[in-house]
Design a protein around this ligand. Structure first.
Ligand SMILES: Cc1ncc(C[n+]2csc(CCOP(=O)(O)OP(=O)(O)O)c2C)c(N)n1
Length: 568
């Protein structure tokens, strides 16, 4: 059996080069859940500690799905590539839900997994446990190939640095997304011929610029439009002021449909909420801005003669099997660059349109007045805590710099966010069990921020909450978790009623298979893990309860949970 020399003169092993390469490619954290494939990784971290080698910070997470959620949250704060490593086939299987979320949200993740030892005997690292036979798969990466952009299995120990380089380059290429590295135990623990030195990372792709001809056409269309509309879903923070300027200058209403980020400050005069509604069905120009589903065609659509333009780094959503929104123009470019080019191109064309813009602005200002009055009414305190009231009180309590991670229940209409980068929501694939981990990852990467997770009771349970509270305590990540507790899967019930209200399912009010009663005492479960926790049932108690919870997190540096009973 081959033996690795021990003692000072021992050569570096591939796992050391792996960690070094990750760090050199801008990876700050190594979220992981280990198994028998990890001894070379543990050894490499141990050696790095002794030699002060540059490596990512190891973060143990006792469930893989939460680890991927954390990586997602860390990326949202930093824009830097992330890494997660899990245990062979079985650990990989546990990542897939949040991996789908992250892939559809275009997050560059280097997901690594061991592979059962290749050799049955005779090598350093050969199979040593019964599981090493059963965990092997014919094609371990096969189960992920639908969602990752690239995968590769380490064959030679000396290849590891280049493998990381390639993985990072592909993950960061636009549109960004996850890649998968399979690392069998023998090559990962094998000695290297060369000492581990710094890697020279290849530069990341810059955001793309739009085709000037396409921008000129769209600028003409904007200048000629009577009832234009912009529908956005997700926008980088630096693109928000550019959109704000364009929308204001041309008096174009903006609707953010199924939004994942703050696309426009809530108080912006052109921010027309989250449902396209009449603005869409009446439009003569719709600009779809990085929105995969700008409206639900089954329910509403723009008039047949309406022009539709799509803007985004992948306006075609090439990885979506079926997507048939009308399109008269596609501008393939990063949204910030496209919006900046459009702003410049439209200005000289507006002279002839000024009167039309002024009339439209007046109409929209009136419409906004009605909208705001309605919002105030909808979020008024009632006999019970409504999600609208809860959302408003959260908005008032957390402050404008707080980072809210929303997995479903928050009503964004009622929780104003003025600053870009202060609200993130579950990605378009909607795999539940994301928000708690994403909030913890955000706190890790932005330690000075007040991070608030707003979760449905269903979403909270999906997140493996015991693991989440353990991670918060273990890694010192005080966040505030607010559970919107309606004791049910409200979305499932609504879907059932939408299709079978008059059927047998309707007779049971759509509750069968959607009922989470009796709800567990979430506050007691969080307290058991050291959290400050409270249960709130009365509308009048909510503001003070939120203030106390915020204080526990911000001043007391304790994780906190509010179990808010909200029947909806
Ligand atoms: C992994 C996963 N499983 C199942 C679903 C289907 N699903 C969508 S919404 C929902 C219920 C969510 O309940 P909760 O978080 O309490 O929010 P509510 O609908 O009550 O507002 C479920 C089960 C999903 N989206 N993801």
């Amino acid at each position: 059996m081959a033996v690795i020399p021990s003692g000072r003169e021992r050569p570096a092993i591939a796992a050391e080069a792996f960690l070094r390469a990750l760090a050199d490619h801008g990876v700050d954290y190594f979220f992981c859940n280990p198994g028998t494939d990890f001894p070379p990784i543990v050894e490499a971290f141990g050696r790095a500690k002794k030699t002060n080698a540059k490596v990512p910070k190891p973060i143990l997470v006792p469930h893989e799905n939460l680890a991927v959620g954390m990586a997602h949250g860390a990326y949202l704060m930093t824009g830097r590539p992330q890494a997660v490593m899990v245990h062979v086939s079985v650990g990989t299987a546990n990542t897939i839900n949040n991996l789908i979320n992250l892939a559809r949200d275009r997050v560059p993740l280097l997901l690594a997994a061991g592979r059962t030892p290749i050799t049955e005997k005779g090598s350093f690292g050969s199979r040593s446990r019964p599981i090493h036979w059963a965990q092997e798969m014919f094609d371990q990466a096969g189960m992920l190939r639908e969602v990752v952009k690239w995968d590769y299995e380490l064959r030679q120990p000396g290849q590891i640095g280049d493998m990381v380089s390639r993985a990072a380059e592909v993950a960061m290429a636009h549109p960004r997304g996850p890649v998968y590295l399979v690392l069998p135990r023998e090559p990962l623990s094998a000695p290297l011929a060369e000492p581990v030195g710094p890697m020279r990372p290849r530069p990341h792709a810059a955001q793309t610029h739009p085709d000037p001809a396409a921008i000129a056409t769209l600028a003409e269309w904007i200048a000629a439009a009577e009832r234009p509309l912009i529908v956005a879903a997700t926008l980088s923070a630096d693109a928000v002021p550019v959109l704000a300027h364009l929308a204001e200058r041309c008096a174009i209403p903006v609707v953010t449909h199924n939004p994942r980020t703050v696309c426009l400050p809530s108080s912006h005069p052109m921010h027309f909420g989250f449902e396209p509604g009449a603005l869409l069905t009446d439009a003569d120009l719709v600009i779809v801005l990085d929105a995969d589903v700008p409206w639900i065609p089954h329910l509403q659509h723009p008039p047949a003669a309406c022009r539709v333009a799509h803007i985004g780094e992948d306006p075609f959503f090439v990885r979506y099997p079926m997507r048939s929104f009308p399109s008269d123009l596609s501008v393939q470019a990063g949204s910030r660059n496209a919006l900046a080019a459009l702003t410049a191109a439209v200005e000289p064309r507006l002279q002839m349109a000024e009167a039309r813009i002024a009339a439209r602005r007046a109409r929209l200002t009136e419409r906004m007045r009605t909208r705001r009055a309605q919002l105030l009414k909808d979020s008024a305190a009632g006999a019970a805590i409504s999600p609208e009231y809860l959302s408003r009180v959260i908005g008032e309590a957390v402050g404008e710099d707080a980072i809210i991670v929303n997995e479903y229940p928050l009503r964004p209409d009622h929780c104003p966010r003025e600053k870009p980068g202060t609200l993130f929501a579950l990605g378009p694939a909607g795999g539940l069990g994301w928000g708690f981990g994403a909030a913890l990852g955000a706190k890790l990467a932005a330690p000075d921020a007040f991070v608030v997770a707003t979760l449905g009771d269903g979403a909270y349970m999906f997140a493996n909450p015991m693991v989440g509270h353990w991670v918060a305590a273990k890694h010192g990540l005080p966040i505030l978790t607010i559970v919107f507790n309606n004791s049910r899967y409200g979305a499932v019930r609504r879907s059932t009623l939408a299709m079978f209200k008059d059927g047998a399912a309707g007779e049971g009010d759509g509750r069968l298979l959607a009922d989470l009663d009796p709800a567990p005492p979430y506050e007691a479960m969080a307290q058991a893990q050291g959290a400050y926790a409270d249960r709130v049932e009365k509308p009048a108690d909510l503001p003070d309860a939120l203030a106390r919870a915020k204080q526990a997190v911000v001043s007391g540096k304790r994780q906190a949970l509010l179990n808010v009973i909200t029947p909806y």
